[in-house]
Design a protein around this ligand. Sequence first.
Ligand code: PMP
Length: 403
Amino acid sequence: MDIFDKYEGLAARRAQLLGAGTDPFHLEIEELHGPCEATIAGRRTILLGTNNYLGLTFDPACIEAGVEALRRCGTGTTGSRIANGTYVGHRALEAELAAFMGRRAAIVFTTGYQANLATIAGLAGAKDTIFVDSDWHASIFDGCRLSGATVVRFRHNDPDDLDRRLERNPTPGGVRLVIVEGLYSMLGDVARLEEIVAVKKRYGAFLLLDEAHSMGVFGARGRGVAEAQGVEAEVDFVVGTFSKSLGGVGGFAVSDHPRFELLRVAARPYMFTASSGPATIASVRAALAQIVARPELRERIWANARRLHAGLARAGFSLAAPPGPILSIRLPDEQTALLAWNRLLEAGVYVNLALPPGTPGGVCLLRCSVSAAHTDEQIETVLQRFAALSAELSRLERAVAAE
Ligand code: PMP
């Protein structure tokens, strides 16, 4: 028996995807022309699936800060946070993140994925129960597994179902931790936090909120969905990432809990991996300063989101959620989704293709993410290409119906 035999099903599925055109899961970006345009397969392409919500990846201040840190501190820390990998910049960023999020303390991790792994596995142990929304991101799933806690899934964004499950699982001798996301990354829907918070309070549970996709975009100061819904005081732990609105790579967790810092000596994904490089930390610090100084970035992404949502709906597409930074289009089946994704790419528009089992409820999606840096012309061009796609999909549907 070969060691890769277990992946036969996966290999067959991959071959099928490749047969339909470009490999949607290993696309190569040949050259970048700014935050929202690149050359892909020799073609100038508008990027509409990057999570670059505020478009800060090419911000001059962020680039300058990164370059300066590279020269001053070198290319990498070559060590973990608990050895030689904590520089002044890591500590400064933690202080700035805590201040930005209005919290007592922040901890920086090497990726957003590790932020969830470390925080969840650090907070919950074998005697505890985690109640997690069933549309969980892979990093939440893996964090739950690493924790060794009992895991109970509740129906997506359903506070009543959470209530029932908390009631049925009193967890004597342990604590209960509820985990939800602010903005769900696949469908782009927003957590019903006010109701979730009321339920968790009733049972004395802790709440961890992943604001990976919402920080920088939601709330009067850009702190996320908890700020927008006025429930920050009831959220015990917030996890976030640097790889979206902040345009870098890395992650963080913040809390007001007086013993929060214990995670630094308890969470393995914090302790046993090298820390982020100086250039990354410096550019993320500069990006955070931009979020504070330029609220117009948030106004711009929301204006773009509303315009794109209205245009896609006019073109006849079925959108999974109201206007927001993530606009997901439902398509009837995998074949149609693959064809649509390839057609858009050929027309110079890149979106994310999201297929089961990676999607909630087995839906097939074209997942678009909007940026504050998209220009009016780019939005207009994208909408024209989608209108052409809609016409082609309708023609195909009629042809199949006539067969
Ligand atoms: N949480 C959520 C909800 C995410 O969508 C992601 C990444 N897409 C992460 C955490 C992990 O973040 P990163 O990619 O920065 O590691």
